[in-house]
Design a protein around this ligand. Sequence first.
Ligand SMILES: [Fe+2]
Length: 369
Amino acid sequence: MIAGVPVTDDKLTPMLPSLDDLAPARRPLDQAAGLPPSMYHEPAVFELERELVFARSWVAVARHDQLATTGSFVTAEIADEPVVVVRDSTGALHAYPNVCRHRGITIVEGAGTARALQCPYHLWTWSLDGRLVGAPQMDRTAGFDPAAECLTELAVAEWQGFVLVNLDPTAPAFDATVPGLTQRCEPHDVATLVRGPSAHYDSAFNWKIQVENFIESYHHAGVHPETLQTTYPGQHSFVEHEGDEPWSWLDHVSVVDGFDPFAVPIVYPTLGFVIVRGLGGYWFDMRPIDATHTSLDIVTLVPPDAPAEIGELLLESAVHVNDEDVAINERTQRGLGSRFAVAGRVSHLEQACWSFRRWLIDRLEPGLA
Ligand SMILES: [Fe+2]
């Protein structure tokens, strides 16, 4: 064997990393390394994340203004599970599996407003609060009990204007998991912001490449030298994060007069947003597709009475910056597929990446040897 050239059959026998492989990512920040490269392309890792992370975490599916009125609904997929969230006539939100209890088809698609949730196949119909109120031609079916055919209630939460769902019936209430972040968001009036214009990206990289790029500004000098770095130098960015709470807050100072500083909070795994002080912000709606594909909607968030130009201005600058990030993220994915890729050492400017990785490993631990 030539020194320094790893001889491996990993490409032939894909494997989950062991807890020993992940141990360097759990060390204190100044001693830590990143995640093993296989974490970013191995389908077995993605399947484990689906079960132990996304099927058990709070995942944002909408903003409040998408669910403002009685009967307004949105659909989403969480851990490959179709879900629907709807507001009932009392103002309460409900999240249900978007799966007909008759033949299994998705009950509704997309988003909209409905008086009831009606499956288009055989017209079984549920009230907005989940009771089966119509099931044609089922009167000769022995023992058929509409009361036993309610839609299953999933955990749903509204926080800072985000609507979140958790597939895990034992999950603690969302609010209870992020008190420090709630406090930190308070002065910024995030809850009242509504959606402005948005941009959609389908990208060929792992969802964690998207998240990690989002939560560090170490890369401003390399990737955004003409844009972010001139106003918000990466070396002046800093991270705040409280104990074991599953979030971090990446903040920036502006070195140019007239530019408001911006903060990048994230609740793990994927509720990323941006607060542009004095203007509004963004929801970075990041959704994993498979081990090497992620979708991203950059949704501008603006005050309800803001002129349309504010949203357009916000979107234009975010798209410009994100196009620079996409190119770099795609190259990261390519490089991490190499047998020569390593779990690299970590800068103090990557504290949020470090914290996110430790949180992730804690979630995956029951599935790893
Ligand atoms: Fe960037």
